[in-house]
Design a binder for this molecule. Structure first.
Ligand code: PMP
Length: 257
C-alpha cells in the first residue's frame, strides 16, 4: 500500500474477514454482501463482482497451499490529490493459515472488560479500530479476550465480536448499533428451538444474565464467564451456550465439505 494512501492518513477504508475450510471460503456470499454494504456506507465500491473475488480467493488459497485460512478483503481510499478525496481506491486480498482459539477457552469460558464507546458507522466494517488497538495492553493485563463496548447504560458489541445473553432460557442480542455479524446471523439460525430476541440490552441485564457468549468468525460461540472481574452466574459456561457452540460446529462441518 502506498504510504500516502488515505487509509493511512485518514483511516478511510473498509474490509471483511472470513475463514476458508477445506479450501472453500465459508459463507462467502454473506461476507461479500456485507463487504459491498460496508463499502457503500463509506461511498466506496468493491471493484470486482462476487464470482471474480471468489475465483481469486480460490486461486490464492491454492497458490499459498492453504486449506484452512483466515482471509481479509480490503478496500482503502488510495492515493489522493488533496490528501482527503478518494479517487482511485485500492483493493487487496490477504490470507494466512487459520489459527483457532485455545480449546480451554471454550471449555472454561473467557473474560471481558468493558469500555464506554460506540463505533462510528456500526453497520460497516471500517478499518478504524482505534479504541480496540489502544486497549490491547490493558485487555491482556486483565486476562480478557475482548473489550465490550457499552454506552448510555446499554451494551452494543465487543471490539471484534457480537454479544448474546441468556436469561430464563431466552436468548437476547443487541439489535441496533452493531455490526451484522455473520456468526451472529448463523447462530440465530442454528439456535433451533431457542428463540433469539433482538433488542436493546442494558448493562444491568448483562450482569444479571444466566449465560453470556460472544460470536465472531474467529471465535465461533465463545462462553463468557467473567466481566470486569465480576462472575456471570456461577462462573462456568452455560448449557445453552454449549449447545449452540456444538450446533455451530456441526453446521460448519456440514457446510464446508
Ligand atoms: N462486530 C465487530 C465490530 C467486528 O469487527 C466483528 C468481526 N467481524 C464482529 C462484530 C463479528 O462479526 P462476524 O461474526 O461476521 O465475524
Amino acid at each position: 500500500m502506498p504510504l500516502d494512501d488515505i487509509c493511512i492518513i485518514r483511516g478511510y477504508g473498509c474490509f471483511d474477514f472470513l475463514r476458508a475450510y477445506n479450501g472453500k471460503p465459508f459463507l462467502f456470499k454473506d461476507h461479500y454482501k456485507r463487504f459491498k454494504n460496508s463499502a457503500k456506507v463509506l461511498d466506496l465500491k468493491v471493484p470486482l463482482d462476487e464470482k471474480k473475488v471468489h475465483d481469486i480467493i480460490i486461486k490464492l488459497l491454492k497458490k499459498n497451499g492453504l486449506k484452512n485460512a483466515h482471509i481479509r478483503m480490503v478496500i482503502t481510499g488510495g492515493q489522493s490529490p488533496d490528501a482527503i478525496t478518494s479517487v482511485k481506491p485500492n483493493f487487496y486480498i490477504l490470507m494466512d493459515k487459520l489459527i483457532d482459539l485455545p480449546q480451554n477457552l471454550f471449555e472454561k469460558g473467557a473474560k471481558l472488560i468493558t469500555h464506554d464507546y460506540k463505533r462510528l458507522f456500526p453497520e460497516a466494517k471500517t478499518t478504524t479500530y482505534m479504541s480496540a488497538v489502544r486497549l490491547q495492553k490493558e485487555k491482556k493485563k486483565k486476562g480478557a479476550i475482548e473489550i465490550l463496548y457499552t454506552n448510555g447504560g446499554k451494551i452494543y458489541e465487543a471490539s471484534t465480536s457480537n454479544i448474546f445473553i441468556i436469561k430464563k432460557g431466552k436468548i437476547y442480542t443487541p439489535k441496533n448499533g452493531v455490526l451484522n455479524g455473520i456468526t451472529r446471523k448463523t447462530t440465530i439460525k442454528i439456535a433451533k428451538t431457542h428463540k433469539v430476541i433482538e433488542k436493546d440490552i442494558s448493562v444491568k441485564e448483562l450482569f444479571a444474565a444466566d449465560e453470556v457468549f460472544l460470536t465472531a468468525t474467529n471465535k465461533k460461540v465463545l462462553p463468557i464467564v467473567e466481566i470486569d472481574g465480576k462472575k456471570i452466574s456461577n462462573g462456568k459456561p452455560g448449557e445453552i451456550t454449549k449447545e449452540l457452540l456444538s450446533n455451530l460446529e456441526e453446521y460448519i462441518k456440514e457446510n464446508s465439505k
